[in-house]
Each structure stands twice: as C-alpha cells, then as structure tokens.
Write a protein that binds this ligand. Structure first.
Ligand code: DSN
Length: 430
C-alpha cells in the first residue's frame, strides 16, 4: 500500500502542518471541535466511492445495500437521540439544510423572518446577500442593547409582516433560546418555526440547553460543532412519511418529513456523501454515551469560567456572560478592532474569530468584537483551571497586541499547556 506521504508528499506536509497547528494551539472558535479517531476513520472510508441518490430502499443506483444500512443507522440514531420521528441526514452542511427547509416550506417571494447577522444570526436566516434574503422577502429581528434577543421587536415585526417562516438560532448568541416564546409568536401569525440548533445541538443532547423538539416545526443542525461529528447537517421533524417519489397529499405540517426529503432530493442535492453519513452515525453513537453528558456539562462550566476570568480584566461580554459554549467580547472599551485582536491572538497560538456585536457600528470584515468558545478545549480535557490561564493569556496579548515579545512568550506558554492535552497522540501524515 502506498501512503499519502509517498504519493503526494507536498499535500501530506500540508495536512501534517494543520495537525501540528491544532495540537500546539488553543482552538477557541466556538463552532469547531476535535472529532474522535473513530469519526475520522469513518470519514476517510470507502463510502466516498459510492453514488446513492435517493433514500434507503429507493435509490437511483444499484449496489446500495451497505450504504442503505449505514444511512438507516444514522437516521435511527438521530431520531433516538433527539426524540423525533423523522431525520434527514443528507444535507451536505448547515447552509444546504436551511436552504432545503426554505425550499420545502416557502414559495419564492414569501416572507421569512430571522435574526440579523449582527445580532448573532446566520447568513441563511435572511441576510440580504444570501439566498434567504434574495429569493424571499426577509424581515430581520435584532437584539436589545444588552445583547439579548429582542422578543418585543420579534413579535411586533411578526404581527406587521406575517412571515410564513420564523427562524431562530444563531452563531454568536451566548444565551439560552426560549423556544416556547418564539413558538407563541409563530402561532400568533400562523408561521412555521424553524429552530437552527447548529451551535447548541451537543448541549441539548447533553441536557445543558432546552430542546426545541415538540415545539419547533422543523429543526436543523450541523453535526460538527458541539455535537462533535464530521462536517455535515441533519433536518429533524415529526410527521407522517409518505413515498418521497411522489408529492405528499398536501403541503402541511402533517407531511413535513416528505416535504423535507423531497426538498433535499430532487430539490437541491444529488448523491449523499456516504462517508460523511457513516461518520455522522459514529458521532451520534458517541453522543448517546453517558460521557457525552459530562462533556456537555463541562463545556458550559468552562465557558462560564472563561467569562469570569475575562470579566476580571475588564473585558465587556455581550449580555454580561454566557449560558452556553460561547462568549462574544465587545472590544470597544479596549480600543482594539476585532480584526487586530484576532491577528494578535492567532499569532500567540489562540485561534479566535473576529465577530460583529449587536448594533455594531463597524462592518463584518472589520467588526468590534471577537467570539470565543470552549468545545474544543473541553474535548482536550481542559477544565476551570486552564480556562483561568486562557483568560490571562488573552488579557496579556490584548494589552500589548503590537508587542512581539509578549506574543512570543504567550505562544510558548500556550504550546506547553497544549502539550499536556494531546489531541491525536499516534497520528502522523508524514
Ligand atoms: N460558520 C459557522 C460558525 O462559525 O458559527 C456558522 O455557519
């Protein structure tokens, strides 16, 4: 057998470089994680060789017996873990999942309502540059000055615009989503409610965040954030399944499963990524183990500990803290743009991303804040004590973002800390 390092040493070197970067640095981007060796193995498996357009038992290609069983396993595990009757595990990632829900529920020009990007929403929740703000009439709710979702504004906008779909969920919201409140508003105007739980799916499974199951009409989630699986996504709902090869008897809540399945294929996608489906199945199995609950609990403990540490150094946290896995830091009082902070921290081995804050006067590519999260550090086994150190590193770097000596000293300390928490001790691409 020829290894990658022999057939393509240049590429092997690059993958090794990424492995070393992940090992030697603190990955604080809240949407990232470190998957298990089992997930990596499934993701690198022969499923990638196979075409299987359609769904198990009704494919457009022969030879799908094994991949049918893989997809059924992934679907069954998703249904059991989240407590729904239907799971579609084929969306290639989060944006296609949200596109599929819009395609299933809306007609072009219909009104949808989602949280503005600056308030912590996602592009696919109605940003004007995105498909969701281009093909649909998008109404955007925001956050209050204190950073919490503005429920009053959400209700007023819903009453005024009568959206057909309300989307809740986001990428930079550090607090609990209050599903029943949003459902109340959706019901008042006859809208579907989509809960995009991409960021908090692992916390929901681990009992650290309320579930939207039984409240929201449809749920989308990526599989690679707190859920700690491969890149991918799922769409979850309840309802009656009919033959996906034919339109359902009517477009209604009752037939959501078929409407969703038909939106994925033939609506938007061709063949599912079978290796990705296999890796999702592995991750769902891992998330069903008792240790995963402890993991989810520790993510939140660590996020709160990191928040406490940063507050000590007079960092301004949007909403004043966190209930989940992430923190949004408004650096206005420090006089450092998010972009400059991101660069200095990355140079010091702390990977973060610049981020807009609610009502940000600056633009997304040069915003006022940074976003931090604890899923990856928690996967490595770090606890409160390490979070205290991370807060201190961040303070030292952002107190002197132009000082190369400070950055180099912190970088070495970060490397030493990371050496105590190896990620894949026996993995090498060279
Ligand atoms: N890009 C993801 C995140 O970082 O939150 C959202 O899609």
């Amino acid at each position: 057998m020829m290894y990658l390092s022999q057939t393509d040493p240049e590429l092997a070197q690059l993958i090794q470089r990424e492995l070393v970067r992940e090992q030697e640095g603190l990955e604080l981007i809240p949407s990232e994680n470190i998957v298990s060796r089992a997930v990596l193995e499934a993701l690198g498996s022969v499923g990638t060789n196979k075409y299987s357009e359609g769904y198990p038992g009704k494919r457009y290609y022969g030879g799908c017996e094994a991949v049918d069983a893989v997809e059924n396993l992934a679907r069954d595990r998703a249904k059991a873990l989240f407590g729904v009757t239907h799971a579609n595990v084929q969306p290639h990632s989060g944006s296609p999942a949200n596109q599929a829900v819009c395609f299933a529920l809306l007609n072009p020009g219909d009104t949808l309502m989602g949280m503005h990007l600056y308030a912590g929403g996602h592009m696919t929740h109605g940003l004007e540059l995105n498909f969701s703000g281009t093909y649909y009439h998008s109404v955007q709710y925001t956050a209050r000055q204190d950073g919490y979702i503005d429920i009053n504004e959400m209700r007023a906008l819903a009453q005024e615009h009568k959206p057909k779909l309300i989307i809740v969920g986001g990428t930079a919201y550090p607090r609990i989503y209050e599903w029943t409140l949003y459902k109340e508003i959706a019901d008042e105007v006859g809208a579907y409610l989509l809960a995009d739980i991409s960021h908090v799916a692992g916390l929901i499974v681990g009992g650290q965040h309320p579930t939207p199951v039984g409240i929201a009409d449809v749920i989308t989630t990526t599989t690679h954030k707190t859920l700690r699986g491969p890149r991918g996504a799922m769409i979850l709902c309840n309802g009656e399944e009919s033959d996906y090869l034919k339109p359902p008897p009517e477009k209604s809540r009752k037939y959501l499963p078929t409407m969703i399945d038909r939106a994925i294929i033939p609506g938007l996608q061709g063949g599912p990524h079978n290796h990705q489906t296999a890796a999702i199945a592995v991750a769902l199995h891992e998330a069903a183990q008792p240790e995963f609950k402890e993991y989810a609990e520790q993510i939140v403990i660590n996020a709160k500990a990191l928040a406490d540490s940063l507050l000590q150094y007079d960092f301004h946290l949007v909403t004043g803290g966190t209930d989940n896995h992430l923190l949004l830091v408004d650096l206005t009082n420090k006089g450092i743009p998010g972009k400059v902070a991101e660069k200095a921290l990355v140079d010091a081995g702390l990977t973060v991303n610049k981020n807009t804050v609610p009502h940000d006067p600056r633009k997304p590519y040069d915003p006022s804040g940074i976003r931090l999260g604890t899923p990856t550090l928690t996967t490595r086994g770090m606890k409160k004590e390490e979070m205290k150190k991370v807060g201190q590193y961040i303070n030292r770097v952002l107190s002197a973002p132009d000082d190369a000596r400070v950055i180099e000293t912190v970088r070495q300390e970060v490397k030493d800390l990371c050496a105590q928490f190896p990620i894949y001790p026996d993995l090498s691409y060279l």
